[in-house]
Design a protein around this ligand. Structure first.
Ligand code: UDP
Length: 335
């Protein structure tokens, strides 16, 4: 079976991708330090607990596992924290990536899919963001993602490391079987917070900014179902395993929804209106971020099929109700 090393495979997008890899007949081996990931989310292959900052540990795992491909998710992802503690982000994300790339260089240089973000485009005015839009990240988190993208190009010249960069828009929704789902601590994302507010488990949702130049004044985002994202990773990996060259793809649906539209959808799906109050803008939030998904469709044959807003919210709500049981199971981690 084709063995794939998945760094950060115990996290949200990583665990959904492991399920998709397994369904595609591949064997994921997860490398994760379990600080933000969860051991209960590793269900489709072995778990190697380790930190990418530990050079010897990642080198030892790569040498022993001999992966035929790598998907690199492991990363710190909080934009706000990256602004107040940039050293933590540069150290963890970039030094961690260097250690991984060095371990792969010392092995057989398997091809890599890299989990990047539309954050690299910064405050672009483009209505639909294609890969040709100039990159200009505006915070340390985005800078670290961009730095790794550049590093991959440099390593390819020297070592032949073929790689595909996937820049996600707003990952959302959960596994249709509710086996795994989104659990962040702290949670900052709109859909899980709106669901928790509607369920009465959190205080009213704050709507960050109602004076944006959008139809209803709230920010517009391109929400992409995590199962569709996982499928794109498998397609990108297959392309590399078949000998394909390096590339960059934006992963979004190409449709935008406002914060108010998301909040209304959550209220309808949950059956209770989301208690919400208007609040100030969140610093660094662009008014609109919507993908031009043409390149991913043409280059990967990728057509999102799970990403209607109703299905995103329904699967997230389903997971919200299921997770209480999963997280309280004896012996399962709760981090
Ligand atoms: N948002 C909000 N209230 C919240 C969390 C998010 O109004 O409690 C807004 C946020 O300003 C953005 C959109 O919802 O416009 C999506 O935010 P999220 O944090 O989910 O993803 P991001 O776009 O930051 O990656």
């Amino acid at each position: 079976m084709t063995r794939i090393l998945v760094t950060g495979g115990a996290g949200y997008v990583g665990s959904h991708t492991c399920k998709a890899l397994s369904q595609a007949g591949m064997e994921p081996v997860v490398f994760d330090h379990l600080i933000s990931g969860h051991d209960w989310a590793v269900k489709w292959g072995d778990l190697e607990v380790g930190d990418l900052l530990d050079r010897d540990r990642i080198a030892e795992v790569v040498g022993r596992v001999c992966p035929e491909g790598v998907i690199h998710f492991a990363s710190l992802t909080y934009v706000g924290e990256s602004v107040t503690d940039p050293a933590k982000y540069w150290h963890n994300n970039v030094t961690g990536a260097i250690n991984l790339l060095d371990a792969l260089t010392a092995a057989n240089v398997p091809p890599m899919v890299f989990s990047s973000s539309c954050t690299v485009y910064g405050m672009t005015d483009a209505d639909f963001i294609a890969e040709t839009v100039p990159v200009a990240p505006i915070n340390p988190y985005g800078n670290t993602k961009r730095a790794i993208e550049i590093m991959l190009q440099d390593y390819e010249v020297a070592t032949g490391l073929r790689h595909i960069v996937l820049r996600y828009f707003n990952a959302a929704g959960c596994d249709a079987d509710a086996e795994i789902g989104e659990v962040h601590e702290p949670e900052t994302h709109l859909i899980p917070l709106a669901i928790a507010a509607a369920a009465g488990d959190r205080a009213a949702l704050k709507i960050f900014g109602t004076d944006y130049p959008t139809a209803d004044g709230t920010c517009v985002r391109d929400y992409i179902h995590v199962t569709d994202l996982a499928d794109a990773h498998v397609r990108a990996l297959r392309q590399l395993l078949d000998g394909g060259g390096s590339d960059v793809f934006n992963l979004g649906v190409g449709d935008g929804y406002s914060v108010r539209e998301v909040v209304d959808t959550v209220g309808r799906v949950v059956g209770t209106p989301v208690p919400a109050e208007e609040d100030a803008r969140r610093p660094g939030d662009p008014a609109r971020l919507v993908a031009d998904a043409t390149h991913a469709r043409d280059g990967l044959g990728w057509v999102p099929s799970h990403s209607s807003l109703d299905n995103i919210v329904a699967t997230a709500w389903n997971w919200y109700q299921a997770q209480t049981q999963i997280l309280s199971r004896p012996g399962d981690g709760s981090d």
